[in-house]
Design a protein around this ligand. Structure first.
Ligand code: FES
Length: 103
C-alpha cells in the first residue's frame, strides 16, 4: 500500500492497482488516450517519490514527470495534480443530458 499525496488531498494505492485508474476513481483531473505509454496524454508532474516502467514508454517523459497509465509505483508519491472541479465524469455534458431526458 502506498500513500499518494496531491495538492487536494491523499489516498491509499494498492500495490497492484493502476495509478491512472486510481487517480480517476478519486476524481482527479488526468487526461488519457492510449493507456499504454504511447501518447503521453496522461503525463503528470511528480514532486517526490519513485515509479518504474515494466516496459519503457514510447512517449517522452521528463525527469519530473510520470505516465500514470503504465508506471509501477515504487514508493509513496507526491503528485502535482488537482481534483476535477465539476465532480462529473469526463464525457458528461449537462445540455446533452437534458435533451436526452426530454425524449
Ligand atoms: S494515456 Fe497514453 S501514455 Fe498514458
Amino acid at each position: 500500500m502506498f500513500n499518494i499525496s496531491t495538492k487536494d488531498g491523499s489516498f491509499q494505492l494498492d500495490e497492484k492497482e493502476n495509478l491512472l485508474d486510481a487517480l480517476k476513481r478519486h476524481n482527479y483531473e488526468v487526461d488519457s488516450q492510449c493507456c499504454s505509454g504511447f501518447c503521453g496524454a496522461c503525463r503528470i508532474k511528480i514532486l517526490s517519490g519513485k515509479v518504474s516502467y515494466p516496459n519503457p514508454p514510447i512517449a517522452f517523459v521528463a525527469a519530473d514527470e510520470i505516465l500514470p497509465c503504465c508506471c509501477m509505483v515504487e514508493e509513496n508519491l507526491n503528485l502535482d495534480v488537482s481534483m476535477r472541479v465539476d465532480g462529473q465524469p469526463d464525457l458528461f455534458i449537462p445540455e446533452l443530458f437534458d435533451v436526452y431526458q426530454e425524449k
